[in-house]
Design a protein around this ligand. Structure first.
Ligand code: SAH
Length: 473
């Protein structure tokens, strides 16, 4: 995972660079008006910290601890999820882990302290005393009664006796003194195997229970992630977290490239060609069944003419038994039509429909019939896959159909490469719609009979009013 090194002034840049040189996965973020030569500039400290924190990126601030504490205070809600946040003195003389102990803040603090040849200010008593953390076991163990852990740890620190049942080298090698298994003790740490039921174990604050999960049996995850049209401002924090939490990314090459700047070297990339959605879905499910945490990446929204449906089709049709355990999660994204609409106003202010003009997955007769029905129903229509390099006649025919039901002057929007280099938007009319101006990276929005173009600040805006005239019977 990438680590964000935050600098607020030029004085701390040397220290940050020293750390960066030894932490290959880190990036220096600098306050734009006060720093030079950083990897990424930012304007607002508060919103940058907020965004990184919500995306669970470890944060190292080369500034006073108080500044960081104030910035993260409103965001603190779940200590099991919080990323490491560390304060490092401008001159590198002190390294203070503030929160995120359960995500490795102390380990990161020790690593940075070593680079800066100083001591990390570790304050977590359990870890200091026992040289291990009961709350964050190694990945093959899972703590089952987290809610009891706080009291358990407090009692242990207060001197309660404890014994260990089961096999856990990370505990026997620690500084915890276990009483012999045949003696009575105040507390018990119990290690159970994968299949043992929890019900008769009676978890309570005197009994911490860890389940040992062999890595093959770990429950795999499949997140189907919509990354929005391209621009990182159009990527939701949820999607970003899902991307960063994955071990493997699966997707069409072009879509993977859109989010490549976010990918740490620890995440494996599996790219494929366009149009092999079903094989790609199967590959992703197989990886997840093997215990990986997989992100299947779609641009825009993954449920709109994209991978989410492909995954469910494969699940439905093949239903391999090994796939049953996989935890599935769909992260929505901003779709191309929303991006286009937002740039030019509010064309979807009233009823609308989305159609793919590609006849690869459905016959042209069906498409022509639906264009006719949508035109008759006076829906605003967004066309996806309007043309491809091999086919342009579909859009020309759709235009013909539309012209039989709608005015030649009906507003039409073309949104091309939205959120990507080369973004363009065009407002034209149905009559003047040029097929040559449309390519496969364009979404085409056709207005309804009510859609209007207005001028505001010497710029045209398109909108469709929310109300519709009542017809006279
Ligand atoms: N899941 C995507 C759509 C995939 S279908 C989404 O929700 O946006 C592919 C079609 O989507 C393209 O042919 C184009 O019509 C449209 N599209 C996708 N990304 C686009 C972008 N950045 N700019 C313009 N149109 C785009």
């Amino acid at each position: 995972m990438r680590i964000a090194l935050i600098v607020l002034n030029q004085a701390s840049i040397n220290t940050a660079q020293q750390v960066k040189a030894q932490l290959p996965d880190s990036k220096i973020y600098g306050l734009g008006k006060r720093t030079l030569g950083v990897d990424q500039e930012f304007e607002s400290f508060g919103s940058t910290i907020k965004e990184l924190f919500q995306a669970r990126v470890p944060i190292v601030g080369f500034c006073a601890a108080g500044i960081l504490i104030r910035a993260i205070a409103p965001l603190l809600s779940d200590k099991w999820q919080e990323p490491p946040v560390l304060a490092v003195a401008e001159d590198g003389s002190a390294v203070v882990p503030l929160v995120g102990g359960l995500q490795g803040a102390n380990d990161l603090a020790r690593e940075i302290a070593k680079i800066l040849q100083t001591q990390a200010a570790i304050t977590t008593a359990g870890e200091l005393r026992f040289q291990t953390t009961l709350l964050k076991p190694p990945s093959e163990y899972e703590l089952l009664n987290r809610e009891d852990a706080k009291t358990f740890l407090a009692d242990l620190l207060a001197g309660a006796s404890v014994k260990l049942r089961g096999n856990a080298p990370w505990l026997t090698d620690s500084h915890i003194k276990f009483v012999a298994s045949d003696q009575a003790s105040d507390l018990v740490i119990e290690i159970i195997s994968n299949n043992e039921p929890l019900s008769d174990l009676n978890p309570n604050p005197n009994r911490l229970i860890y389940r040992q999960v062999s890595s093959e049996r770990k429950r795999g995850k499949l997140s189907i992630v919509g990354t929005g049209p391209g621009d990182s401002d159009w990527l939701t924090p949820q999607a970003k977290s899902a991307l960063l939490a994955a071990t493997d990314w699966v997707g069409y090459r072009t879509y993977l490239n859109l989010v490549e700047p976010l990918r740490p070297a620890t995440i494996t990339r599996h790219e494929s060609d366009n149009r092999v959605e079903l094989q790609r879905a199967e590959q992703a499910l197989d990886l997840a069944a093997a215990g990986k945490s997989v992100a299947v990446i779609s641009s825009g929204d993954p449920g709109i003419f994209a991978m989410a449906a492909a995954v469910f089709e494969v699940l439905d049709q093949q239903a391999k038994p090994t796939w049953q355990e996989i935890e599935i999660n769909v992260c929505p994204g901003i779709s191309a039509f929303q991006a286009a609409a937002s740039l030019l106003g509010a064309p979807m202010g009233h009823d609308f429909c989305l159609m793919s003009l590609s006849d690869i997955l459905k016959p042209w007769e069906t498409i022509a019939q639906r264009v006719t029905a949508a035109a008759q129903a006076d829906f605003v229509i967004a066309f996806y896959n309007p043309v491809s390099s091999q086919r342009t006649w579909q859009l020309a025919q759709a235009k013909e159909i539309l012209l039989t039901y709608r005015n030649a002057s009906t507003p039409v929007i073309l949104g091309k490469n939205l959120g990507r280099p080369g973004q363009t938007t065009v407002i034209t009319t149905l009559e003047k719609l040029e097929i040559e101006a449309v390519d496969m990276r364009t979404v085409v929005i056709i207005g309804s009979s009510q859609t209007k173009v207005i001028q505001h600040h010497q710029q045209p805006w398109v909108y469709t009013p929310r109300s519709y005239p009542h017809s006279e019977h």
